[in-house]
Design a protein around this ligand. Structure first.
Ligand SMILES: Cc1cc2nc3c(=O)[nH]c(=O)nc-3n(C[C@H](O)[C@H](O)[C@H](O)COP(=O)(O)OP(=O)(O)OC[C@H]3O[C@@H](n4cnc5c(N)ncnc54)[C@H](O)[C@@H]3O)c2cc1C
Length: 393
């Protein structure tokens, strides 16, 4: 199902070609497993074992700690290609890659903590994600106060609460979470190693992205010590949030990868499908060619915006990057909405067969819907762009 064509016009050099070639190998294997995990809603542990074996977890770790130190552009290329094999796997590992890149760029953790965490990634394939969503607050980007509570106790904190949408939870080694510290009237951020005091409640039974393991995480009287180490604790950040800025673009890269796979499938289908009412394959029909052209407009436009914003982010100084926020949100808006339209057109090209659960298109159709509900949400992006236009205009 996955395109064997290695000519990706967005690959700029040998290093990027290598990243793409290695990722394509994984994606081809994952594509074979994706129907099973989608049907069962099961977590693709074997994909994570393969990624660990091939060093995918260390893609964004700094070179000084043994990682590949991928640029944002390179991470997006990898995620775009990985998602062509399996969107759920790509989204789940994308949170890990993005958070590690954010830590690398911001150095907002104490350096000794960050370096020992990087060692765990490089040596053991450790993973991380950030859990901020809760039922009552909805999307954390809207500023709701967490109901998960942290209380001061001798030598640390006790945390109790529930996080929703905990993507990657079946394979996460560490996570950060937000909790309300009542005594101090503020939101704290804590690092927690997966294990005792943390329970996964398997609530994730959704229309799409079914294999992301985005279950509820229940914390009951979980003790985390002070000061923070890999055994847990409150993280005293120097400013930013875990996903402030460009590193969130792993999300649109994932959805555009899924759409790319749908586009590849529809084109292969159109080249082969020969109804006996026609002298040749449906790819020769002007109506089909027009639809393929429409998919190309959506895909190339979205990738152009995504990769040019990533390239700017990589080249900008830290101060300039902070001004890129509306463009980063725009890239996510353009790519996730294009992904929905591309899969829709791909299904129109294939016709009734596109509904078959024997083919991958119906899964891709369901999977790309989820992109609309990952941050930043469309209304926040549109409001931000409108505010800037009104201020500048
Ligand atoms: C596949 C997937 C993976 C995810 N993984 C993670 C993860 O790893 N970690 C994590 O923390 N979260 C994760 N999330 C959760 C995600 O970040 C959002 O929290 C979640 O999708 C809920 O967002 P929402 O906008 O639908 O919810 P809500 O904020 O409840 O919004 C619901 C509706 O109400 C409107 N609304 C609500 N409040 C306001 C307001 N104040 N102003 C204006 N409109 C409002 C919204 O526009 C929307 O229409 C994941 C989500 C998905 C779909």
């Amino acid at each position: 199902m996955h395109s064997k064509d290695l000519t990706d016009r967005f690959v700029r050099n040998e290093r990027e070609a290598g990243i793409v070639a290695r990722t394509d190998q994984l994606a081809n294997i994952f594509a074979e497993r994706s129907t099973k995990h989608d049907r069962e809603g099961s977590f693709p542990h074997e994909n994570f074992a393969d990624m660990r074996k091939h060093g995918y977890m260390k893609l964004t770790v700094p070179a000084q700690y043994g990682g590949d130190e991928a640029s944002l552009y390179e991470m997006l290329l990898a995620q775009d290609h990985l998602a062509r094999g399996d969107g759920s796997t790509a989204l789940a590992v994308g949170w890990h890659l993005g958070q590690v890149m954010q830590l690398r760029l911001s150095r907002s953790w104490p350096e000794s903590l960050f370096s020992s965490f990087c060692k765990e990634i490089v040596d053991k394939g450790a993973t991380i994600n950030h859990y901020a969503s809760e039922r009552a607050t909805g999307s954390p980007s809207r500023g709701g106060k967490p109901e998960t509570a942290a209380y001061k106790t001798a030598g640390g904190f006790i945390i109790t609460g529930r996080k929703t949408y905990s993507t990657l939870s079946p394979a996460v080694s560490y996570f950060t979470l937000t909790a309300w510290i009542e005594e101090e009237g503020r939101v704290g951020e804590f690092l927690v190693p997966m294990g005792e005091g943390v329970h996964i409640e398997e609530t994730w039974d959704t229309l799409g992205m079914r294999a992301t393991g985005s279950h509820d995480l229940v914390l009951k009287d979980l003790f985390v010590p002070d000061p923070c180490s890999l055994r847990g604790g409150e993280i005293k950040r120097s400013g930013d949030t875990p996903f402030d800025g460009g590193t969130l673009l792993h999300i649109p890269a994932c959805y555009i990868g899924i759409a790319h796979a749908a586009r590849d499938f529809a084109i292969q289908f159109a080249k082969k499908h020969r109804p006996n009412s026609l002298p040749g394959p449906i790819a020769e029909l002007p109506s089909i060619q027009r639809q393929i052209g429409e998919m190309e407009v959506e895909l190339i436009s979205a990738r152009t915006v995504l990769y040019s914003v990533a390239d700017r982010f990589d080249r900008d100084s830290v101060e300039e990057r902070s001004l890129l926020k509306p463009e980063l949100a725009l890239a996510k808006y353009v790519a996730t909405n294009a992904a929905v339209r591309i899969v829709d057109i791909a299904m129109r090209i294939v016709g009734g067969a596109s509904l078959s659960r024997q083919l991958p298109l119906e899964r891709m159709y369901r999977d790309v819907r989820a992109g609309l509900h990952n941050p930043p949400m469309d209304d926040i992006t549109l409001n931000g762009l409108a505010r800037r236009a009104l201020t500048e205009g």
